[in-house]
Design a protein around this ligand. Structure first.
Ligand SMILES: *Cc1c(COP(=O)(O)O)cnc(C)c1O
Length: 381
């Protein structure tokens, strides 16, 4: 995450001085609107809509894309639990798909999990690692599925020259404290589709039928939520956006350095990457779970299976199929009986138990990361 500092503070003081804390009181000159325009330009997408979380962005995108009761949505077995919860909030059910060694959704398992009821794929770009979008787009075209990209953990990252989140029908960013842009809480829906954007904006603002958007006249108002952000969030994001690409550049500069050192041993190997030239996240895979556990005792190294609710077996409400009210339970409306089990994605569990994330230390100078690479190599050899 970028350092929060003077520029965010200065922007906040201006909002407070103006005394208009609602984003739609800020108008076209408001920080939130300016942030959206700058983000659209920077990442090359037609529409960006700021919302109050990444989870809200996913739900809005699904609702906007017309996903609903009876539909099945493919989600990876390794992701933050919110990815699997989002389809439930629009009445659809998540179907859990293995990840491969790239730590992203496995196109081969996507093909196996498609049924006549499948309506969407949610590829998740985990840990700044990007999905195999070429294969996913091809499968989606063949089976007429929507793609809702979860780019919450890869804000700003590119896949073969295009920013993730802008490749599918819609994408979601998160701006919570741990992400590449940080406004504490926050998120964005991204799309090149006018109608999808119109529907997402309606959904995020209780139908927004009181606001006058010129090209929304063809969409009849429908009910929605309040997922709006305040100008305080918009101001922080507007001030912070210029720090995003420099952050990614620092990650990309450190990746080959760490790879250079960690490639000198046969005790581990660097995980395959779906776009190695643009890699900004590093994971390594070891032979056994025990080896990975030992390696994870080093600073800046975490074993992925130990990351709590990112592993499907720890998604308790999903595994037990419990919703806030049993009469609003999408598993009851599914077109077939959906069963989950602890071992339904055992390949994912095996990979996660042997894979460790290695921090690229964007906040540290390069010589320090050279030193850290050498000491990690020593620790594993
Ligand atoms: C953080 C995250 C989310 C949700 O974002 P919030 O802003 O916390 O709601 C969704 N998916 C993934 C993969 C995430 O990492």
């Amino acid at each position: 995450m970028p350092r929060v500092g003077f520029s965010e503070w200065l922007a906040l003081t201006k909002v407070v001085a103006r005394g208009q804390l609602l984003r739609y009181r800020g108008g076209e000159q408001g920080y939130t609107t300016q942030f959206e325009q700058n983000l659209e330009k920077q990442i090359g997408v037609k529409h960006a809509l700021t919302v109050n979380s990444g989870t809200s962005a996913l739900i809005s995108a699904l609702a906007a894309a017309g996903i609903g009761p009876g539909d099945e949505v493919l989600v990876p077995a390794y992701t933050w639990v919110a990815t699997a919860i989002a389809p439930l909030m629009v009445g659809a059910v998540p179907i859990v798909v293995d990840v491969n060694e790239s730590l992203t959704i496995d196109p081969e398992d996507i093909k196996r999990k498609i049924t006549p009821y499948t309506k969407a794929i949610m590829p998740v770009h985990m840990l700044n690692l990007v999905c195999d979008m070429d294969s996913i787009v091809a499968i989606a075209r063949e089976h007429r599925l929507k793609i809702i990209e979860d780019a919450c953990q890869a804000v700003g990252l590119t896949y073969k020259g295009r920013r993730v989140g802008t490749i599918g029908d819609a994408g979601a960013y998160s701006f919570n404290q741990f992400k590449n842009l940080n406004s504490g809480e926050g998120g964005a829906v991204l799309t090149n589709d006018d109608r999808l954007f119109t529907r997402a904006r309606m959904f995020h603002d209780a139908g927004s039928y009181t606001r006058e958007y010129s090209y929304e006249s063809n969409e009849a108002p429908f009910t929605g939520m309040n997922f709006k952000v305040s100008e305080l969030t918009g101001a922080v994001l507007h001030a912070q956006l210029p720090k995003l690409d420099p952050l990614i550049s620092r990650l990309r500069a450190r990746y080959p350095i760490m790879v250079k050192h960690l490639s000198k041993t046969n005790k581990l190997r660097v995980s395959p990457h779906n776009d190695p030239e643009n890699a900004a996240g590093l994971t390594v895979i070891l032979d056994t779970a025990e080896d990975a556990k030992k390696f994870a005792q080093n600073r800046g190294v975490d074993r992925l299976i130990d990351t709590g609710r990112h592993v499907y077996t720890n998604w308790r409400p999903i595994m037990t199929q419990r919703t806030f009210d049993d009469r609003m339970n999408p598993w009851k409306w599914a077109k077939r009986d959906i069963q989950y089990s602890e071992d339904m994605c055992s390949k994912t569990l095996d990979i996660l138990s042997r894979t460790c994330r290695v921090s690229l230390g964007p906040q540290y100078p390069i010589p320090f990361m050279e030193w850290r690479g050498r000491s990690l190599l020593k620790a594993v050899s």
